[in-house]
Design a protein around this ligand. Structure first.
Ligand code: FES
Length: 145
């Protein structure tokens, strides 16, 4: 029942922070979409990164899942804002689980949030690498011409 949940879970569940979506084609946006095969819950987390500073300037999520998954993604979205990409990559699901006092059976819900953060950052990095690659290619062509 609801009474077994920590008040922070209930708070984030009732009043989730940063629910929403960014345009995934925006070059400053990284999108992480992950699922938990065991329960079928799905989480989408997005980061907006300032390329100059390497900092996550904004974050949002949409979670189709249990209360703990929603609370975990809400906490994750708060924690990653304003942090560098490196700091964000070091956020552990155990930190989120501890913050929310999740019981052992709900640990995979916080795992989903860690996976989503990592997937979002990797997506951003991959897009950036691709952009830089095509810039190099174009410059290469110019040099050859
Ligand atoms: Fe699967 Fe919570 S029960 S994410």
């Amino acid at each position: 029942g609801v009474r077994s949940y920590h008040e922070r879970v209930v708070d984030h569940y009732n009043n989730p922070r940063n629910v929403g979506s960014f345009d995934k084609n925006d070059p400053s946006v990284g999108t992480g979409l992950v699922g938990a095969p065991a329960c079928g819950d799905v989480m989408k987390l997005q980061v907006k990164v300032d390329e100059q500073t390497g900092k996550v300037v904004d974050a949002c999520f949409k979670t189709f899942g249990c209360g703990s998954a929603i609370a975990s993604s809400s906490v994750a979205s708060e924690w990653i804002k304003g942090r560098s990409v490196e700091e964000v990559m070091s956020i552990k699901n155990s930190d989120i689980a501890k913050h929310l006092s999740l019981p052992p059976v709900k640990l995979h819900c916080s795992m989903l949030a860690e996976d989503a953060i990592k997937a979002a950052v990797k997506d951003y990095e991959a897009k950036k690498a691709k952009r830089n690659e095509s810039i190099e290619l174009t410059e290469g062509k110019v040099a050859e011409a």
